[in-house]
Design a protein. Structure first.
Length: 318
């Protein structure tokens, strides 16, 4: 009896010691610096979007880096500076390291958007776009007016990658008084792919009044990304085939050529009805781009071979 009691007591003591050791190790374990930065964050699913109105003043974004102290903030900034200066494989590795930090890196990256160094502003925009956190949308939208074309381009891409949460800021910019801002906003919407349909009414309205060649190009590209409903712009795009601007006619023709089967019948009609050889040529090029969807246009294209203008005949041939 005594032996069994002794065995039980020893077993209990061993279990207690093991529990104490486990608790001690858990309390004092060493967490790698990289794990500290991402602990508690799913980098593929950043925190909830926090959006502010387009007229809001700049806001500070509290983040994990601030809660962990200035050391972590300096580490993130150091990685960003190295990324801005690096090339090829090294730049790729540094980008992945910054992206893996997720929302913890966002406040430091937003601060870098205000840097005097063009490369640092561009680098911050690139990483913010890849992280996809919606909190810096306002800051990135302000970068669309940056003096650097490189920064403007990467800010557009970043807003597009963030996607739907950026639309409330981008949609008013499609009607901005400056053509450059309209163009950059359209580029951002184009980057959204399927989410672009959320800006369809604004794109349709902007196309109606746009005279700037670059802005029209990107508006027409963004229109095609909108999917169903974009066909409402077909009559306007056909009207633009007679624009005095070769760039605008080419952009309109390109958009029509990406519209799919819904554009075939209207293009056949204009091809047969117009006496303007340039309009006929652009309509023929659009039908060419539609490929098999435009097979029913072959008789109309054959008729186009009878035109006097060489370019119109060549377009019908193509």
């Amino acid at each position: 009896m005594l032996g069994r009691r002794t065995t039980a007591i020893v077993g209990l003591l061993v279990a207690l010691v093991a529990a104490v050791v486990f608790l001690y190790l858990r309390e004092h374990r060493q967490v790698p610096e990289h794990a500290q930065a991402t602990e508690g964050h799913d980098v593929d699913q950043p925190g909830r979007p926090v959006l502010h109105g387009t007229g809001a003043a700049p806001v500070s974004i509290p983040g994990e880096a601030e809660r962990r102290g200035p050391g972590q903030k300096e580490r993130i900034r150091g990685l960003l500076v190295a990324f801005a200066e690096a090339r090829d494989e090294k730049a790729h590795a540094l980008a992945l390291e910054l992206i893996a930090l997720g929302s913890a890196a966002v406040p430091t990256l937003v601060e870098a958007l205000g840097s005097e160094q063009e490369e640092l502003r561009a680098a911050a925009a690139i990483i913010l776009g890849r992280i996809g956190d919606a909190r810096p949308v306002q800051h990135l939208a302000r970068c669309l007016a940056d003096e650097s074309d490189m920064v403007r381009s990467y800010a557009s891409e970043a807003l597009g990658r963030i996607g739907k949460p950026a639309l409330p800021v981008l949609k008013p910019l499609l009607a901005h008084s400056e053509a450059r801002m309209r163009e950059r906003a359209a580029v951002a919407v184009w980057y959204m792919h399927g989410d672009a349909k959320g800006a369809l009414p604004e794109i349709l309205a902007a196309l109606e009044r746009e005279q700037d060649e670059d802005a029209f190009l990107w508006l027409s590209k963004a229109l095609v990304r909108c999917g169903p409903g974009a066909e409402a712009a077909i009559p306007h795009l056909i009207g633009r085939l007679s624009s005095p601007s070769h760039s605008i006619t080419s952009s309109a023709s390109g958009a029509l050529g990406d519209m799919g089967q819904v554009a075939v019948a209207p293009l056949i009609s204009v091809l047969r009805a117009t006496e303007d050889d340039d309009v006929a040529a652009h309509a023929a090029f659009a039908l060419r781009d539609l490929g098999a969807d435009a097979a029913v246009a072959i008789p109309a294209l054959v008729e186009g071979l009878q035109r006097q203008d060489f370019h119109a005949r060549r377009a019908a041939c193509d």
